[in-house]
Design a protein around this ligand. Structure first.
Ligand code: CP3
Length: 334
């Protein structure tokens, strides 16, 4: 039994005494303690692949910021690597795939990850669970198929992901085959995270917003849906960033929680809530550059709400303001 299970209660739409809070990208460069550990290793991947270090940085925001959940320190790009497409993280630039997916032959060469390839993640999860000692839940995560396809085809981050979008129009069959392989790999990976101890899962569809509603309906939703239907062991949060245009389809998915960005309107949130979804979000991460007085005006619901930002916290956010946001939410009573 987890002592502070507010996030699990909110995910189940149960009454809570206060709104729970955690931050996407809470384990990362906002914390000087993270930068110190990061500086002591050869690169990001060493941190991700060394369970003791991944465990240490996972726990930092729990102990330093007092968030209501830990999220396992890893990256969404470990799944393409487990499928046979290795990634690198270039300092100050971001992810890079030296080899990219260009055609159906490349897709055929990839394997469906069975899960065991990512043992270092499960070892880190087990260490974190031991250290948490049931204080708060641990969030496991993965990237959504469309977002992972974007990186695998594009090879790196992009403002428009036009190369990945071109792939959908020119090679739709190869795209579907790739999305299906990613979805199956992701299901195996998420289930293994649960076996290792994850209490709740989040699927990041960070680039849902670059697709048209029609394309997301064909290339995004069905594969998210496949994942949602396959996971019944623990509650599931989906984060379809920028896809507020697709709420009618998203609200029908088998996920307990929909994480929305700061573009979501009150009406958007109401649509999700009326469909029985709990909602996570959606404070503008740039709002954390505002004055403390403004941050203290953040608002939250009495039920079915997990407070968070609308996207990951920006690395140069003043730590005092991050604390102010978390403390404000934790102090508020309905
Ligand atoms: O605290 C947490 O949320 C857990 C750790 C976590 C990381 N990446 C660590 C990380 C999580 C949940 C992710 C998910 C992730 N990774 C996403 C989805 C969330 C989102 O932001 O939309 C995406 C798109 C990626 C891919 C990725 N990894 C990018 C684009 C980058 C470079 C940009 C950046 O922030 O530097 C990474 C690297 C990365 N992943 C870092 C961290 C802490 C920074 C690398 C470093 O420390 O040098």
């Amino acid at each position: 039994m987890i002592t502070n299970n507010l996030i699990l209660m909110a995910a189940a739409n149960e009454e809570v005494e206060r709104t729970p809070v955690w931050l996407m990208r809470q384990a990362g460069r906002i914390l000087p303690e993270y930068r110190k550990v990061r500086g002591s290793v050869s690169g990001f991947k060493e941190l991700v692949q060394t369970p003791e270090l991944a465990c240490e940085v996972t726990l930092q925001p729990v102990d330093i910021l007092g968030v209501d959940a830990a999220i396992i320190f890893s990256d969404i790009l470990v799944v393409p690597e487990a499928m046979g497409l290795p990634y690198e993280l270039i300092e100050a630039k971001g992810p890079l795939f030296p080899k990219t997916i260009e055609n159906s032959r490349d897709v055929a060469d990839l394997r469906v990850a069975e899960g065991h390839e990512l043992q270092y993640v499960y070892d880190a999860i087990k260490l974190v669970k031991g250290e948490l000692n049931n204080r708060i839940p641990l969030i496991g995560f993965a990237g959504a198929p469309w977002t992972l396809l974007s990186y695998m085809v594009e090879g790196q981050g992009s403002k428009t992901f036009s190369k990945a979008r071109k792939f959908l129009y020119q090679q739709p069959e190869a795209a579907h085959s790739l999305l299906d392989k990613i979805a199956d790999s992701t299901i195996n990976y998420l289930k293994s995270q649960v076996t290792a101890g994850a209490d709740i899962l989040q699927v990041f569809d960070s680039w849902a917003g670059v697709l048209s509603a029609e394309q997301y309906s064909v290339f995004g939703i069905p594969y998210l849906s496949k994942i949602c239907d396959a996971i019944d062991e623990v509650p599931l949060i989906i984060f379809p960033k920028g896809a507020n245009y697709a709420l009618d389809e998203l609200k029908e998915l088998n996920a307990n929680v929909v994480s929305v960005d700061w573009n979501a309107s009150t009406e958007d949130i109401r649509i999700l809530q009326s469909a029985g979804k709990a909602v996570q979000g959606n404070f503008d991460p740039a709002g954390l550059y505002a004055s403390r007085d403004e941050i203290e005006l953040a608002s939250f619901g009495p039920k079915g709400h997990i407070a968070n930002l609308g996207h990951g916290v920006y690395p140069d956010t003043p730590l005092d303001n991050v604390r102010c946001f978390i403390d404000t939410i934790k102090a508020f009573r309905f």
